[in-house]
Ligand binder design. Structure first.
Ligand code: 4NP
Length: 157
C-alpha cells in the first residue's frame, strides 16, 4: 500500500483537483486497493468546505468528480502517515519543510517534478484568476501520469 497526500494553500482548488485526477487514474489502473489518496491545505480558512465551485466545474468537464472532498489542514502527523507529500508550489513546499519532523524530508516532492515536457515548476494558484482552472488541470493531469508511473516503478523495485 502506498499513500499520497496532495498539498496546496487552501485545499479547495489545486490539491483537491490533484487528488481527484490522481484518484481517477488510480481507479482506471485498478489500483484503488493499493494506493491511498488524500489532500490538505497549509491554511485553515476553508476547513470542512467542498472544493471551489470553479474547480469542481473544471474537473467535471473532464469527467472527474471532486464534490465529495472536504478541506482539512495539513498536520505534523501527516508526515508519518503518507509516503508521498506533494506540494503544488514553492511556498507550499517551504511551509511543509517548516512543519516536517526531522528524518521525513525525503517524503516531500514538488507536483510538477513528475510532469513531462513542460517549463513550469509550480501549479499556479487559480483562486483569484477565473481563467486559471484549465491550466491547473492540464498541469495536474500531466504530473499525475508521471506520479503514478513513479509509484508503480517503486512498488516493483
Ligand atoms: P488553493 O487556492 O491553495 O489551490 O486551494 C486557494 C484557495 C483559497 C485561498 C488561496 C488559495 N484563500 O486565500 O482563501
Amino acid at each position: 500500500m502506498a499513500s499520497v497526500l496532495f498539498v496546496c494553500l487552501g485545499n479547495i482548488c489545486r490539491s483537491p483537483t490533484a487528488e481527484g485526477v490522481f484518484r481517477h487514474l488510480v481507479a482506471e489502473a485498478g489500483l484503488s486497493q493499493s494506493i491511498r489518496t488524500d489532500s490538505s491545505g497549509m491554511g485553515s480558512w476553508h476547513v470542512g468546505n467542498p472544493p471551489d465551485e470553479r474547480a469542481q466545474a473544471a474537473a467535471r468537464r473532464r469527467g472527474i468528480e471532486i464534490g465529495d472532498l472536504r478541506a482539512r489542514q495539513t498536520r505534523p502527523a501527516d508526515f508519518n502517515t503518507f509516503d508521498y507529500i506533494i506540494a503544488m508550489d514553492c511556498q507550499n513546499m517551504a511551509d511543509l519543510q517548516a512543519l516536517c519532523p526531522p528524518g521525513y524530508g525525503d517524503r516531500l516532492h514538488m507536483m510538477l517534478d513528475f510532469a513531462t515536457d513542460i517549463s513550469e515548476a509550480e501549479v499556479p494558484d487559480p483562486y483569484f484568476d477565473d481563467s486559471g482552472f484549465d491550466t491547473v488541470l492540464d498541469l495536474i493531469e500531466n504530473a499525475s501520469h508521471g506520479l503514478l508511473e513513479h509509484i508503480k516503478a517503486k512498488e516493483r523495485a
